[in-house]
Design a protein around this ligand. Structure first.
Ligand code: DOR
Ligand code: ZN
Length: 372
């Protein structure tokens, strides 16, 4: 925390590896990154897809697309159809590649995994413990039932993306990630030591430590909101539904541990927004949906977090290199630039007919701006 953001920059440009800090004029700081990717994204379908996709396509070259539609994307054929709908919904000038995932169920066969690998466009398989989160009711009730699929994934090197929470209602909501490590993830890796696993949207010190000390086959995504907020944000002056997601925000000690992991320079941690749009009406209600919509200003939010840690020079690896390397995909060509400039996020965005979308931190200032 005490470390300076940068050595003072007088004029011109300072290059740290491929990462550049420039001050084009007094009081303006810019950072240029290789084009980043979002390794965990919810795009939905239909009108909602068309409403949110342009934000991600503007910020990211590629994204790993979550399969928790209704019905869930459980087959390679369904993933191919969904991929086509995403490509059709892209704005004309956009260059954006959706990286598809399959939704793991108790019935996913080894054959389906082989078809996924052969497809070339399915890059991972998502584990939702049944009942853990939005549209997870078709998820896995017992990982033992998936062993044929997991064995094939281990053999082929196809990553398992884990929503890492147990679903036992007797376990405190804030402990569900920690208990998942002990009761599900460790036993799974003991059984399948070569399985490649991304522990998705980690929210605790225990998860960060587990990933850091695990083998090279285990990595993690971290959201911007879990780097910037602790659980107080859910109750600041009243209930704040737009800060509610799963896994839920945790204590400040955990937020700090995540920030340390993200900015540690470890290649095991990478950007995954978990941007998850829900209609405002579905959030601001007696039983609101889980999910924070951050795609509008994702990189700006991450830049704030990295700046806070004095580690802007590590943002590029986290956002643009580590994920591609883990997924064994080429790093992107091209770059984008963020400028240190405060602007106000819109209070709401268009979504579906008759419904609007409230971005995280709606109507409030943000201190970085992605340049066109
Ligand atoms: O907050 C969340 N929202 N967590 C998830 O795991 C799912 C996501 C969604 O699809 O809305
Ligand atoms: Zn998610």
């Amino acid at each position: 925390m005490a470390r300076k953001v940068f050595p003072p920059v007088s004029a011109g440009s300072v290059a740290v590896d491929r990462f550049h800090v420039t001050r084009p004029e007094m009081n303006t700081m810019r950072i240029t990154l290789a084009r980043p990717d979002d390794w965990h994204l919810h795009l939905r379908d239909g009108q909602a897809l068309r409403a949110v996709l342009p934000y991600s396509a503007r910020q990211f070259a590629r994204a790993v697309i979550m399969p928790n539609l209704r019905p869930p994307v459980t087959t390679v054929a369904a993933a191919g159809d969904y991929r086509r709908r995403i490509l059709e919904a892209l704005p004309d000038e956009a260059r954006f590649e959706p990286l598809m995932t399959l939704y793991l169920t108790d019935d996913t066969s080894a054959d389906e995994i082989r078809r996924a690998v052969d497809s070339g466009f399915v890059k991972a398989v998502k584990l939702y413990p049944a009942g853990a989160t939005t549209h997870s009711d078709a998820g896995v009730t017992d990982l033992d039932r998936c062993d044929a699929a997991l064995a094939e994934m281990e053999r082929a090197g196809l990553p398992l993306l884990a929503h890492g929470e147990v679903t036992d209602p007797a376990i405190d909501l804030f402990d569900r990630e920690r208990v998942f490590i002990e009761t599900v993830l460790q036993p799974l890796l003991a059984r399948r030591p070569g399985l490649r696993v991304v522990f998705e949207h980690i929210t605790t010190k225990e998860a960060a430590e587990f990933v850091a000390s695990a083998g090279e086959n285990v990595a993690a995504t971290i959201t911007a909101h879990h780097l910037l907020y602790n659980r107080n944000a859910l109750f600041a002056g009243g209930v704040r539904p737009h800060y509610y997601c799963l896994p839920v925000l945790k204590r400040e000690t955990h937020r700090r541990a995540l920030l340390r992991a993200a900015t540690s320079g470890s290649r095991k941690f990478f950007l995954g927004t978990d941007s998850a749009p829900h209609a405002r009406r579905a959030k601001e209600t007696a039983c609101g949906c889980a999910g924070c919509f951050t795609a509008l200003s994702a990189l700006e939010l991450y830049a704030e977090a990295f700046e806070q840690a004095g580690a802007l020079d590590r943002l590029e690896a986290f956002a643009s290199f580590n994920g591609a390397d883990f997924y064994r995909l080429p790093r992107n060509q091209g770059s984008l630039t963020l400028e240190k400039r405060t602007w106000t996020l819109p209070a709401s965005l268009p979504y579906t007919d008759g419904d609007e979308l409230t971005p995280l931190r709606a109507g409030e200032p943000i201190s970085w701006k992605l340049l066109a």
